[in-house]
Write a protein that binds this ligand. Structure first.
Ligand SMILES: Nc1ncnc2c1ncn2[C@@H]1O[C@H](COP(=O)(O)OP(=O)(O)O)[C@@H](O)[C@H]1O
Ligand SMILES: Cc1cn([C@H]2C[C@H](O)[C@@H](COP(=O)(O)O)O2)c(=O)[nH]c1=O
Length: 215
């Protein structure tokens, strides 16, 4: 039975990598897939992973009807066995409902990937609807880490290393940006305290806490 699966994790947890791997594996077994994405860092109509993989994708716009797009492809003789939907946090509630209908009405597997919450810890509309509608939610197994070494659960937005709480919900960007606007993954405790790596003075996750000669 076809299903709608939501793969989620913090920024930098390997979601796009997994999306591309999943596409590759299904393709290798002769299944035909279609990749949607929205506002990927690498540019329009592209799905990209920090491991260097990239692929062409269909860019989702506010007025894109995802279900209709697939129906049109199938009516023109195309085959669609599964759909990958990356950066799904940016999709509208309507887009997510179209994905659910694709599963129920066309028996197409839909694999959606995205972060759940924004820099203020609030759900994105697309992620909220996915949590409400998905058959399954899978949290990525590769844990991202806060500068303190704890599991990172939150995405902070930073300006020159300082965490900010003002601004638009959507601002495409990357982690490991130190000079301008960027993102940093943190544990809840440090997100609440707005304690980023720069503010804490933490240089690396393996500080010399036990120097040679220490008693
Ligand atoms: N140089 C590297 N060596 C090994 N793994 C890396 C390297 N750079 C990035 N990664 C891996 O890629 C992950 C980010 O993958 P990506 O698919 O871009 O994440 P997401 O889509 O969740 O933001 C990191 O968590 C890390 O596991
Ligand atoms: C927290 C947060 C993130 N974003 C943006 C930043 C990136 O472009 C994407 C997440 O991509 P990734 O592949 O998971 O790293 O989302 C945003 O616009 N607003 C936010 O609050």
């Amino acid at each position: 039975m076809a299903e709608l699966v939501f793969f989620t994790g913090t920024m930098d947890s390997g979601k796009s990598t997994l999306a591309l791997q999943l596409d590759h594996n299904h393709n290798a077994r002769g299944r035909a897939g279609l990749i949607f994405t929205r506002d990927d860092r690498a540019g329009s109509a592209t799905i990209s992973s920090r491991l260097g993989l990239k692929a062409a994708a269909v860019e989702v716009e506010d007025d894109t009807d995802l279900l209709n797009h697939v129906v049109q492809m199938m009516s023109a003789g195309g085959k669609v066995d599964y759909v990958v939907a990356d950066e799904a946090q940016f999709y509208t509630e309507d887009h997510i409902e179209q994905l659910a209908r694709m599963v129920d009405e066309l028996s197409i597997d839909v694999y959606a990937f995205g972060i759940t919450t924004d820099f203020r810890t609030r759900l994105f509309p697309g992620s909220k609807r996915l949590i409400e509608l998905a058959d399954r939610i899978e949290v990525l197994q590769v844990q991202t880490l806060c500068w303190c070494g704890a599991r990172a659960t939150h995405n902070a937005r930073t300006v020159r290393g300082e965490m900010v709480l003002e601004g638009e919900q959507v601002m495409v960007g990357d982690t490991a940006v130190e000079d301008e606007i960027g993102y940093e993954v943190l544990c809840r405790r440090h997100h609440r305290r707005r304690l980023t790596a720069a503010r804490s003075g933490a240089g690396s996750l393996s500080p010399d806490t036990l120097p040679f000669g220490a008693a």
